[in-house]
Design a protein around this ligand. Structure first.
Ligand code: SF4
Ligand code: SF4
Length: 157
């Protein structure tokens, strides 16, 4: 047997709350602008990547998949020897596994990974959350400009 006064009191709270406007953002009808440096998606600047594998080895979720190959590049100076460089065959991030810890972005020694605040990339099929290097490269367009250098700081030192 329910406790009637308690039940009525509870229903009173329910009806009072029903008539109040919602306090949460009614996504997707309403959208908030995320903070510019928020962690939405990781973007890849492919030309900066040296295939050093540090990001993949540091990822706690093992959700970065990299394959590369060696090739010859012209010497840096006239008369120098051709260099051996590594280029990317494959660079995928599986956002179905990623926990957005940011370790990969932090450890990359060559400024090849950046956070973008873009977050609207949900997919009906989980396999489509695997972003390949082309898709990760497209996210670069959504990466905000870095904040200006502090007074007294110099570039390239
Ligand atoms: S943010 Fe963290 S979990 Fe996601 S890919 Fe980078 S290191 Fe891995
Ligand atoms: S740490 Fe940076 S340079 Fe090294 S493989 Fe990852 S993205 Fe490329």
């Amino acid at each position: 047997m329910p406790h009637v006064p308690g039940l009525l009191k509870g229903l009173g709270v329910t009806f009072k709350t029903l008539t109040k406007p919602a306090v949460t953002v009614q996504y997707p009808h309403e959208k908030e602008t995320p903070a510019p440096r928020s962690r939405g998606v990781i973007a890849l600047k492919e030309e900066n990547c040296t295939v050093c594998m540090l990001c993949a080895r540091s990822c706690p979720d093992w959700c970065i998949y990299i394959e590369g190959y060696k090739t010859k590049a012209p010497p840096r100076r006239a008369g120098g020897k051709p260099r051996t460089i590594q280029l990317l065959d494959r660079f995928d991030i599986d956002y179905a596994l990623c926990m957005y810890c940011g370790i990969c972005v932090e450890v990359c020694p060559f400024d090849a990974l950046f956070w973008s605040p873009e977050f609207e990339y949900s997919e009906p099929h989980i396999a489509d959350l695997l972003h390949d290097k082309d898709k990760l490269g497209e996210w670069m367009e959504t990466v905000p400009e870095p904040p200006p250098l502090e007074a007294g700081a110099q570039k390239g030192r």
